[in-house]
Design a protein around this ligand. Structure first.
Ligand SMILES: *Cc1c(COP(=O)(O)O)cnc(C)c1O
Ligand code: SF4
Length: 347
């Protein structure tokens, strides 16, 4: 068995085993995991340095998941925008394929908390065929995202099956894969996997690091191997209360990612998902954080701050306010150092 499969197989999924490694309240944890499953693999567990540190909070269940009743199962109405099983078509020119509801670990803040890990399953062969036919018959689709769950818990052959069939569709220009595995199980990125992925260039890979404690020797090696295979790496983070809602921590994360050839792409305001309310950060606070980042580090290190509007409103960018006043052609700007500058626009 490959090393990553062993690590995954030996994941902690019950409170008694978890209690051997961490000081936890088993009763509370059991209450949570009867509803939202637990999985922490040994690699990710090894990143925990202290009780309730940013790694702990991302993977160890908290009673708040079941105590606060706020939020919706599916606030973005992904199910409404799913014309067939496993395919979400919210934007005209791109679709998202939900190929597996398994992950290398279950993040407590997951936006697809209603689906991940509950009953472990992958997309059925007949639904996969239906999805390919849907994409092939819809010429407007030029970008396909292979997502989940985490598609990289699948074997190399299964992943290749998606890539090969999507590449056969002429109008599909861009294929993207979304996977948190470089952060949660970097051992999954093997030379064989990279060799296979390389054949399907141009391939965009959006991974998901939330904290600089996730930037390790192993994750750096994984990202290096992917980048060396010609894959264009991006990162999507979620802004999480008590984990990374701090400009200094984010700066360290984003600057670190750049040195790993991973470009910060999006940072999300947490969605209003049931069981994740204790992670939510206000828009005002998020904008304040962006103000402390923009101009204070390389533009390359700054992701777009995104709110995914409820009821399927879609991804929408948020920017701090830089125009303080406008009178006709005369503008007053507040720059990144909070100094005022006048600007006369062209007619
Ligand atoms: C996020 C997402 C996309 C991709 O959006 P981009 O802004 O192009 O990165 C596509 N489909 C769905 C359903 C999504 O949630
Ligand atoms: S890896 Fe992604 S899909 Fe899986 S639990 Fe974490 S956030 Fe959710």
């Amino acid at each position: 068995m490959q090393n990553w499969k062993k690590i995954l197989k030996n994941s902690i999924t019950d409170s008694a085993t978890l209690a051997k490694y961490l000081k936890i309240d088993k009763k509370e944890i059991n209450k949570v995991i009867s509803k939202y499953p637990l999985r922490i693999n040994s690699y990710y567990l090894s990143l925990i340095k202290r009780k309730k540190d940013p790694i702990w909070k991302q993977c160890v269940p908290s009673i708040q998941e079941v105590r606060l009743g706020l939020g919706k199962r599916d606030p973005l109405l992904e199910e409404k925008y799913s014309p067939i099983e496993g395919l979400i078509h919210r934007y005209k020119d791109r679709v998202l394929l939900y190929v597996s509801n398994m992950c290398a670990g279950y993040c407590r803040f997951c936006t697809r908390k209603r689906q991940v890990g509950t009953e472990e399953k992958v997309l059925k062969a007949k639904d996969v065929q239906k999805a390919f036919r849907y994409i092939a018959s819809n010429k407007k689709i030029r970008d396909v995202i292979i997502s989940g769950g985490d598609p990289f818990v699948l074997g190399d052959k299964e992943i290749e099956y998606y890539l090969k069939n999507l590449r056969k569709i002429k109008h599909v220009e861009i294929i993207r894969v979304d996977s948190r595995i470089p952060a949660t199980l970097p051992q999954r990125i093997t030379p064989e996997l990279c060799k296979m992925l390389k054949k399907y260039s141009p391939l965009y890979f959006n991974t998901h690091f939330n904290h600089f404690q996730e930037l390790t020797k192993e994750s750096r090696r994984a990202c290096d191997m992917l980048a060396d295979s010609g894959i264009i790496m991006g990162n999507q983070s979620v802004l999480l209360a008590g984990i990374n809602d701090d400009p200094k921590a984010l700066k360290k994360l984003f600057e670190g990612l750049l040195t790993m050839r991973v470009r910060p792409y999006y940072m999300y305001i947490p969605d209003a998902v049931k069981g994740t309310y204790h992670f939510r950060v206000s828009i005002a606070k998020a904008l304040k954080i962006m103000r402390e980042l923009i101009g204070h580090t390389s533009g390359l290190a700054i992701p777009h701050l995104i709110i995914d509007l409820k009821h399927g409103g879609g991804k929408t960018p948020l920017l701090p306010k830089y125009i303080m006043k406008r009178k006709g052609r005369r503008y007053v700007f507040k720059n990144f150092e909070n100094k005022l500058f006048y600007y006369a626009d062209v007619k």
